[in-house]
Design a protein around this ligand. Structure first.
Ligand code: SF4
Ligand code: SF4
Length: 183
């Protein structure tokens, strides 16, 4: 893995959802299209019963059923706000590049980062304490085994040996994705 993605605490920015370029680009593209073509006005019109009734008759669908389906478009202004909110929280820099990330460091205090900097080491994998360190408690709560597994690999084989984890990065991702796969 490229060195810039490897954080001092053992997390990896390329797996972080705040840094997921594909997701934020899709949200940005959707917002631009809504503004350019005024999809918000279009969907607001669809949610009006006289318009939906007219379209339903053309589509030969049950009017009530179609109106029901279109009712969700009344929430288009909320959808636009959600997109704006998503766009606003994108993280464009790695922890390495900015000496801190959106969960700690540049915007909040990160004990692990401060400690690593004070010791003059590259990361916690170069410290004998990492398996039991309290300063990594926050990371362990959200990322679970990812933290210690990554640090152990970094200690043994260095940053080149790390691979992106995709949708198996956060503890809650592993739980919810596995639960969804269970028949
Ligand atoms: S700021 Fe702290 S929690 Fe965030 S990636 Fe860097 S070392 Fe890890
Ligand atoms: S004591 Fe070691 S493991 Fe804990 S935060 Fe500092 S460098 Fe990382």
């Amino acid at each position: 893995m490229e060195d810039k993605y490897v954080c001092p605490c053992g997390l990896t920015c390329c797996d972080c959802l705040f840094y997921n370029k594909e997701f934020f680009a899709a949200a940005g593209a959707m917002k631009r299209l809504i503004d350019e073509y005024r999809f918000d006005v279009f969907f607001a019109m669809l949610s009006k019963s006289e318009v939906s009734a007219h379209i339903a008759s053309h589509l030969k669908r049950e009017r009530i059923q179609f109106e029901e389906m279109c009712r969700v478009f009344e929430r288009m202004p909320d959808f636009v706000k959600v997109l704006e909110g998503i766009i606003a929280i994108q993280c464009e820099h790695t922890c390495k590049e900015k000496n801190g990330c959106s969960i700690g460091g540049s915007t909040h205090r990160c004990e692990a980062l401060e400690c690593v900097n004070s010791k003059g080491i590259e990361g916690c994998w170069q410290c004998a304490e990492y398996r039991l360190c309290d300063k990594l408690a926050f990371q362990r709560r959200s990322y679970g085994k990812t933290v210690t597994e990554n640090l152990a690999r970094l200690e043994k084989e260095g940053p080149d040996s790390l691979r992106p984890r995709g949708n198996q990065y956060y503890e809650w991702q592993r739980k919810t994705i596995k639960a969804n796969e269970t028949p």
